[in-house]
Ligand binder design. Structure first.
Ligand code: NAD
Length: 377
């Protein structure tokens, strides 16, 4: 049994605590560690880092952990891996420090707020020779794994288009508490739905369908004022909805709506409809439905008659055919194998920078009101 120290910065946050500490790192230990290909097992020793000693102590106690500190430099001395799930704005400084200390780095997306900084991180990691990775959790969700299976099996024929619909109503905070942190709604604090979601859309599109060649986006702030965690009203300076069109290699057109100001009338909080010459699919986080060309009904446009067809009944559920683990945990295991036995890991800081680039170009497209080419980095 090997042990490896992992500094976890930002574990008091939503993602850092639930998905990364509890559902990934502690879950790997609970299953007896990670089994490597040479038969040895590795357990993780998390070192919790944050700004509030009291909050860290409380989390540590809850999970029977003992190692926590507010001193990042000291923590880095006793770890091989640095993980960052802080607010986006705090990421670059801490990650650079960990790179300088020669640690392998795994980080939440977006890796930085600007392409310049995201590329600088990738370059610094390469120059120091440390392994690096960015969270691309959506790729490992059951719904998208099923979609990938359909693509790999040739189900679609020629893929024509992708329609993504993401979002839900985030309460303004006045008469019901907001269910997301307030920094998300302030541009000056690293907020905004484009910076948050376009990095996700980038790796989904790039990994499943092809390189993103152009972007046109319209960013909007639908709700101009919100109420924060302290009950204080603030100006929402960041975009809370983005309507985007992406042209992909192979002529595929992807259109994705992202919004925190939409009420859900879907089966899941995100859904992608993919239409191909031979069949179509609608994939969510967990489920995926398909309609083959042979099972496609022939609707005829006639507004004089009531609709009697139940179009949703003409779709078929894709079976699981596998056990699906937590997506964040799957990617942690891949990253650990990358660090410990040099297994391939394409989700590196260069991929992270391409995601930040799409966000930056999306914001520019909206500001300038035009379609923008996505140049290779
Ligand atoms: N992969 C995903 O699906 C996903 C989902 C949501 C958020 N995220 C990303 O995860 C990161 C954290 O988001 P969250 O929703 O957990 O936010 P959060 O506000 O819940 O947590 C942020 C963490 O950063 C710390 N922090 C806050 N301000 C700080 C500062 N000024 N300096 C240093 N640390 C500070 C907080 O103490 C907390 O630990 C963001 O970069 C976000 O883009 C990823």
């Amino acid at each position: 049994m090997r042990r490896i120290g992992v500094v976890m910065n930002g574990v008091t946050g939503r993602m850092g605590y639930r998905q990364h500490l509890v559902r990934s790192v502690l879950a790997i230990n609970e299953q007896g560690g990670l089994a490597l290909s040479d038969g040895t097992r590795v357990r993780l020793d998390p070192i919790l880092v944050g700004r509030s000693e009291a909050k860290l102590a409380e989390i540590a106690a809850r999970h029977g952990l003992t190692d926590y500190t507010t001193d990042l430099d000291a923590a880095l001395e006793r770890a091989e891996i640095y993980f960052d799930a802080q607010v986006t704005q705090a990421r670059v400084k801490s990650v650079l420090k960990a790179i300088e200390a020669g640690k392998h780095i795994y980080a939440e997306k977006p890796t930085a707020e600007s392409v310049e900084e995201a590329v600088a991180l990738a370059e610094a990691a390469a120059a120091r020779g440390v392994k690096n990775g960015v969270v691309q959790d959506k790729l490992f969700l059951p719904g998208l794994l099923k979609l990938k299976r359909l693509i790999d099996g040739g189900f679609f024929g020629r893929i024509l288009s992708v329609r993504g619909e993401f979002g839900y109503w985030v309460f303004e905070g006045d008469w019901q508490e907001a269910q997301r942190p307030s920094w998300n709604y302030r541009a000056e604090d690293g907020g905004g739905i484009i910076l948050d979601m376009f990095p996700h859309w980038h790796y989904v599109l790039e990994n499943l369908f092809g390189r993103v060649q152009t972007v046109y986006a319209k960013a909007v702030t639908h709700i101009p004022a919100r109420v924060d965690e302290q009950g204080v009203t603030y100006d929402a300076t960041a975009d809370d909805a983005a309507y985007g069109i992406f042209e992909l290699e192979g002529g595929i057109v992807a259109q994705i709506n992202s919004s925190w100001a939409v009420r859900v009338n879907r089966d899941e909080l995100v859904e992608f409809q993919v239409d191909g010459t031979h069949g179509s699919a609608v994939a969510g986080l967990r489920n995926c439905r398909i309609q083959h060309r042979a099972g496609t009904p022939k609707p005829v446009w006639n507004p004089d008659l009531p609709v009697t067809a139940r179009f949703r009944d003409d779709w078929q559920e894709v079976p699981d055919n596998a056990e699906f683990d937590n997506g964040f945990k799957i990617q942690w295991e891949l990253f650990l194998r990358h660090v410990l036995e040099d297994a391939p890991f394409p989700y590196d800081f260069a991929a992270g920078a391409r995601g930040v680039q799409l966000a930056e170009l999306g914001l520019r497209s909206s500001a300038e009101g035009r379609r923008i080419e996505v140049a290779g980095l």
